[in-house]
Write a protein that binds this ligand. Structure first.
Ligand code: HEC
Length: 123
């Protein structure tokens, strides 16, 4: 088994362990401030919809503990890790609560301009 695989298993295991802890109460208004102050928006976008794959944090489908765990120990090295000295669990619970309040992107069929462009292109 290679190192990457072992790391992935270790990460999955620690996330699973953390999932058993109780949830912190998140404050979305504070979370918005932290999302900006800690420059999460710089890579994830103000909508949290930037990028493909797991760079996209909206819609937020991770559990709170899973989210905190991945910010502490990202599985991908493009995502900087943030220790508890930098941003506390409570602060990340606030960020998570904030991400949960963000509206999801509309479906393609619900974007009038896109439909208009498609109609024009089909002519
Ligand atoms: C320097 C750019 C950068 C900054 C700043 C950044 N992220 Fe990320 N983050 C990324 C990238 C890139 C990915 C995912 C890459 C991929 O999936 O290929 C990611 C992934 C994640 C993931 C999923 C990690 C995983 O392993 O699945 C979480 C959760 C996350 N970011 C939260 C945050 C939060 C919260 C902040 C602010 C405290 C933040 N990020 C700041 C670049 C950044």
């Amino acid at each position: 088994m290679n190192n990457l695989c072992m790391t992935a298993i270790a990460a999955a295991f620690s996330v699973a362990l953390m999932a058993q802890q109780t949830e912190l109460k998140g404050d979305a208004a504070k979370g918005k401030q932290y999302f900006n102050a800690y420059t999460c928006y710089g890579c994830h976008g103000f909508s949290a919809q930037n990028g493909p794959g797991r760079n996209r944090l909206n819609p937020m489908k991770m559990s709170q503990s899973g989210f905190i765990g991945l910010v502490r120990t990202p599985t991908i090295n493009q995502m900087p890790s943030y220790s508890a000295k930098v941003i506390s669990d409570q602060q990340l619970a606030d960020v998570w609560a904030y991400l949960k309040t963000l509206p999801d992107a509309p479906a393609a069929k619900d974007i009038p301009l896109l439909q208009q462009i498609k109609a024009e292109a089909a002519k």
